[in-house]
Design a protein. Structure first.
Length: 387
């Protein structure tokens, strides 16, 4: 039995803990608030500010785990290099977690060091620098805080008047202690995919069938597997994913995001951990879901192959109001739908747009994926989050 400290205890962590429990592992779930989803299923929990290096040092010393599994980006990841030196395995590697906590490190690695095709980009630390950066990449463009996720602080600049607003919004949405933004040229893509990529300790890198998704406000709304993609674009994406995951090192599952455009495949960003759009694999679209794959790769358990077992889709259930005690209605309506299931995450409180659950729909590999997406989407509308 291995001891795992999980840093971040949201919906993705919860499913990871369930996978770990099923294979007999011991998990200490950590987050900044009590009763977080993964804490509800782990053996132990800790509540700390994960951006506080001293607080992090304390719980790592207290539990002395075999593995540290980051589940969010906003962690004092600089400390990870020390933990690695102490002989603790950081998943997938200290470098992977540290480089992806800040958009700058991963973007420069991908675009400059590895030469992957990305949107043209600049950085800015003040509203004035943002003016200059926007002039250089051109309008329309997308502004994101260097430290944020799920679209927080992200906006699209369509006219010069948007620049000031975009700066303020990015500063407000910034997670962590860095006040800096990336400005990216807007990529007019036809579709976007997540390529779940599994790196292993002593076996070759594996790819899951590509996942398609649709985003609003920088946050995913529906995802589906498999995504429509040409064999040549898939090969291109796989080659880029192999390059960037190899440069980051370690074993584990990564969610590598790409835009598919008329002028080629663009690398966007990646998560060195299970991806939210990968929750579609909870519909048993694959022989192992993304959380099981992450765990197996970490423990060096063999993964013989990854196979598509059926087509599936996920659609998010979002809250619309602040509540200290949210409840749900419509569960019986969802239960009445065939080939459809529901996962409520158990988040103790709600706020506007907070993701509270997903609806999962599936059907045979012969069924058009659009039909399954429509069903998941329509079914998710039946659930109401009550404040
Ligand atoms: N340069 C761009 N051009 C066009 N659309 C973009 C661009 N950058 C981001 N987007 C859109 O915004 C979405 C979110 O962007 P991104 O993945 O960078 O944000 P994030 O906050 O890291 O999200 P997450 O943590 O959920 O992956 C993308 O999936 C895409 O739909
Ligand atoms: N795109 C990243 C992502 O989906 N992360 C997932 O959301 C949780 C935070 O949710 P919260 O903001 O509702 O607490 C994280 O803990 C993780 O599970
Ligand atoms: Mg993303």
């Amino acid at each position: 039995m291995k001891k795992i400290v999980l840093l971040g205890s949201g919906e993705l962590g919860k499913e990871f803990v369930i996978a770990a429990q099923r294979l007999g592992q011991y998990v200490i779930a950590v987050d900044s608030y009590e009763n977080a989803p993964a804490m509800q299923v782990a053996q132990e929990f800790e509540v700390i500010n994960m951006l506080d290096g001293n607080a992090l040092d304390k719980i790592i010393a207290k539990h002395n785990p075999d593995f540290i599994v980051p589940e969010i980006e906003a962690i004092r990841t600089e400390r990870f290099y020390d933990y690695e030196k102490q002989g603790i395995k950081v998943v997938p590697s200290a470098k992977a977690a540290n480089f992806t906590m800040n958009r700058k490190a991963i973007r420069d690695l991908a675009a400059k060091d590895l030469g992957l095709k990305t949107a043209n980009y600049r950085y800015a630390t003040t509203a004035e620098e943002l003016q200059k950066a926007v002039a250089e990449v051109g309008i329309p463009c997308v502004v994101k805080p260097l430290m944020s996720s799920s679209g927080k602080g992200q906006s699209t600049i369509k006219t010069e008047e948007d620049i000031e607003k975009a700066w303020k919004y990015a500063v407000e949405g910034s997670r962590g202690d860095v006040i800096e933004v990336i400005v990216e040229a807007f990529v007019n893509f036809n579709s976007e995919i997540t390529l779940l990529t599994v790196t292993q300790n002593s076996a070759p890198t594996l790819f899951c069938p590509p996942i398609g998704h649709r985003q609003e406000r920088g946050d995913y709304q529906e995802s589906w597997q498999p995504a429509h993609i040409s064999p040549s674009q898939l090969k291109e994406a796989q080659e880029m994913a192999a390059k960037v995951t190899e440069a980051l090192g370690g074993a584990g599952l990564f969610g590598v995001e790409f835009f598919l455009a008329n002028d080629g495949v663009y690398f966007s960003e990646l998560s060195p951990r299970p991806h939210d759009t990968g929750m579609v694999t909870l519909a048993n679209t694959q022989n192992f879901n993304e959380f099981e794959l992450h765990l197996r790769a970490i423990l060096s358990l063999p993964i013989e192959e990854i196979t598509l077992e059926r087509n599936g889709a996920s659609a998010v259930i979002l809250a619309s109001e602040n509540s200290e005690k949210p409840t749900f209605s419509g569960i019986e309506l969802v239960a009445g739908k065939s080939k459809t299931d529901l996962r409520l995450f158990g988040k103790p409180t709600s706020r506007p747009y907070r993701r509270m659950g997903v609806v999962l729909s599936y059907d045979s590999t012969e069924t058009p994926i659009e039909e399954i997406v429509e069903k998941a989407k329509a079914t998710a509308q039946l659930i109401k989050v009550n404040a």
